[in-house]
Design a binder for this molecule. Structure first.
Ligand code: ATP
Ligand code: ZN
Ligand code: MG
Length: 304
């Protein structure tokens, strides 16, 4: 039942040209109109967050494999990771590679890992970068990030893509500083979504930790209210989609990466993420596939 609804929304997105089928579930091209919605929503984010003085950094969608390894991502989410592999052989190896392709055998088995892993969340490359700079000021630090992120979770649900953009604000400082930051973005999130005519709920959540040990991590994350999600119905009203998340890492990332405040204490961190494709899809689902026909108030909030 749910699948039918999902498939039909995806089909309508393909038919309208807003998303472009590549033959792989969760890997889509985007039309000018789709991109225009994302650009407009990012300007709305700028209007809410722009006066906070965040340092803007843009990383590409691949990160240093050594940093990825230190992050512990493979302990928690091995099923979602995407590594970049390349051909590193000689001419003989090349010939056998082409032979494999010719006869339809697996040509990828001899590909070798490179120093690059696809970024799983926009904030991952930030922590080691900031740690290298030395102690953080007592007043903390704030960063504005945006990156395409990869997660190996192929799906017919257009809101679950394998390569999608995440806009993030990341705050580092004392526990009070970063939890206040997270709280203020929860209020802003509600305000922003209301301004663009979307009905939302906010709920505690957990990350999709792998395996049996992961169940305990997920329960702990929920019990301690470390993750909240802002949910909007897209493909199902019974199971609304997380379009923003609000994450408090306590001092876990601070300890892992050696992020210290000037007084020597370990920094606490929090990040707030916007799923840009999901927000665009929520708008398209709610207001229709033709952005020109969206309610005047919504158009005004997005395009002025
Ligand atoms: P979900 O529970 O739906 O899998 P998540 O909890 O894994 O989402 P986060 O890790 O908190 O998501 O990522 C931050 C934001 O990025 C999410 O709130 C969502 O808006 C967006 N996002 C996450 N995964 C995807 C995906 N596969 N496709 C599109 N957007 C995504
Ligand atoms: Zn983050
Ligand atoms: Mg997920």
């Amino acid at each position: 039942m749910v699948m039918d609804i999902q498939t039909s929304f995806l089909d309508r997105l393909f038919e309208s040209g807003l998303l472009i089928d590549t033959g792989v579930d969760g890997l889509y091209g985007r039309s000018a109109q789709f991109e225009d919605v994302i650009a407009a929503f990012e300007r709305l984010i700028d209007r809410f967050g722009g006066a906070d003085g965040a340092e803007v950094i843009r990383f590409p969608s691949g990160m240093n494999r050594a940093f990825f390894e230190t992050s512990g991502y493979m302990k928690s989410f091995p099923q979602l990771a995407g590594t970049v592999h390349s051909f590193c052989g000689n001419e003989l190896d090349h010939m056998s590679l082409l032979k494999c392709m010719e006869v339809g055998e697996d040509w990828t088995k001899d590909q070798e890992a490179t120093d690059i892993v696809l970024t799983p969340a926009a904030c991952y490359p930030l922590y080691p970068t900031v740690a290298k700079r030395g102690p953080l000021p007592e007043s903390g630090a704030l960063f504005d990030l945006q990156s395409y992120c990869f997660r190996h979770e192929p799906s017919k649900d257009p809101a679950r893509q394998q390569l999608f953009r995440m806009r993030e604000y990341v705050c580092m400082g004392t526990a009070k500083h970063v939890t206040d930051f997270r709280q203020s973005w929860m209020s802003r999130g509600v305000e922003m979504m209301t301004a663009v005519g979307l009905e939302i709920t906010i709920d505690v959540a957990n990350d999709p930790f792998f395996g049996r040990a992961g169940k305990m991590l997920a329960n702990n994350q929920r019990d301690q209210k470390l993750k909240f999600e802002l949910l909007i119905p897209i493909t199902s009203s019974a199971k609304p989609t997380a379009c923003m998340s609000f994450n408090y890492h306590q001092d876990a990332f601070g300890a892992k990466w050696g992020l210290n405040l000037e007084d020597g204490s370990v920094a606490h961190t929090a990040c707030v993420g916007f799923g840009l494709e999901r927000i665009a899809l929520a708008l398209l689902h709610h207001h229709g596939l033709n952005t020109v026909a969206w309610p005047e108030s919504v158009r005004k909030a997005l395009w002025g």
